[in-house]
Design a binder for this molecule. Structure first.
Ligand SMILES: [Zn+2]
Length: 340
């Protein structure tokens, strides 16, 4: 019954203003292109040169540098009028040291969100870990790729969605931006998050987690083909998510997607090694975006001058398109595989 009424209504519109309807549909697709294109190399570079500078002291969990980085992220959200799901200007979800490790101080995850128009209680979580190794033997571990690259990608993605909101194109469901702590100490901030999600968004209403950890470089295997990204985990819980992710890449980006590390038998076991895994364990479909390891991985030499900003932009745009689709589709992603 509903369908019939809808068709008549649509027909009516078409017969009156056929050109506008066509235009409306085309522009709905083009809209995502318009906002993806606001993600640019200059902004990514500007933020990364700050977050991965010596001043931020390698962003060690529970240390002053991490706190400073958290403040930088918070100020960005305040400046862009992107709200906190905790309320007011409190963007820090405290992670008590009892939950971390005995030698660490209290720390926090940074959270911000854009409210959905039709399904505000459902949420897509886009994450990256803000912490890194800190200072060791007097050397600052800047962590530009790991994972400064993921954090600045989120800032640009959030800004793109917020621009769409200001133009009247709010996503259907909510999108949360999550900058976790304690990753390098054992995925602790994300573990805390999934055990204590913000009140507004229980795990059961979390449709997916897109986790970005190291997307600004290339590994040895791709030194001659830098237009690539490793995707891990997309098909582990939800065939629908994998298909959607493939479709968005083919339609908008055409990046060479490498599934080498998605293989269950791959000895690196990357699927289990970043924050998305804590979501997957709770049954939330995930995608992990990753550029592989390189000679500066977990060294003090992981600096912002070595980042490929063009590829950082392209990978952030791929995440954006995937996020746009997930946030605007009619249903929450279907989980059709067992949790393991
Ligand atoms: Zn990392």
């Amino acid at each position: 019954m509903k369908k019939i009424i809808l068709s008549i209504a649509v027909l009516g519109i078409i017969s009156c203003k056929s050109s506008q309807v066509t235009l409306g549909e085309t522009s709905k697709e083009d809209l995502s292109v318009q906002y993806a294109n606001t993600i640019n190399e200059e902004d990514l570079k500007k933020h990364l040169y700050i977050l991965a500078s010596d001043e931020y002291e390698g962003r060690g969990t529970g240390e002053a540098g991490h706190e400073k980085a958290g403040q930088y992220i918070k100020d960005f959200y305040l400046d862009h009028e992107i709200k906190s799901p905790i309320g007011g200007d409190d963007y820090f979800q405290e992670v008590p040291k009892e939950f971390l490790k005995p030698d660490l101080n209290d720390s926090f995850n940074v959270v911000a969100f854009i409210e959905g128009s039709e399904k505000p209680d459902e949420v897509l979580v886009i994450s990256a870990h803000l912490d890194h190794i800190g200072i060791e033997d007097g050397q600052v571990f800047n962590g530009a790729d790991d994972d400064g690259s993921g954090n600045v990608s989120i800032l640009e993605i959030a800004e793109a969605f917020q621009k769409a909101v200001k133009d009247g194109h709010r996503p259907k469901r909510s999108i949360m931006f999550l900058h976790v702590t304690g990753e390098e100490k054992g995925l602790l901030g994300s573990k805390y998050y999934v055990d204590h999600p913000v009140e507004m968004f229980p795990i059961s209403k979390t449709t997916a987690n897109l986790n970005i950890d190291m997307v600004g470089r290339s590994d040895e295997a791709h030194k001659d083909d830098k237009d690539f990204v490793y995707l891990i985990g997309a098909d582990k819980l939800s065939t629908e998510l994998h298909n959607l992710s493939e479709k968005m890449n083919k339609k908008y980006m055409n990046i060479n997607i490498d599934y080498t590390f998605n293989d269950e038998n791959d000895p690196n076991r990357f699927y289990y090694r970043s924050d998305h895994y804590n979501f997957a364990k709770k049954g939330v479909p995930i995608i992990f975006y990753f550029n592989g390891v390189h000679e500066d991985y977990h060294k003090a030499s992981d600096t912002p001058d070595k980042i490929d900003y063009k590829m950082l932009k392209r990978r952030a745009q791929l995440v954006f398109y995937t996020a746009w689709e997930i946030a605007n589709m009619s249903n929450m992603l279907v989980v059709d595989k067992p949790i393991k």
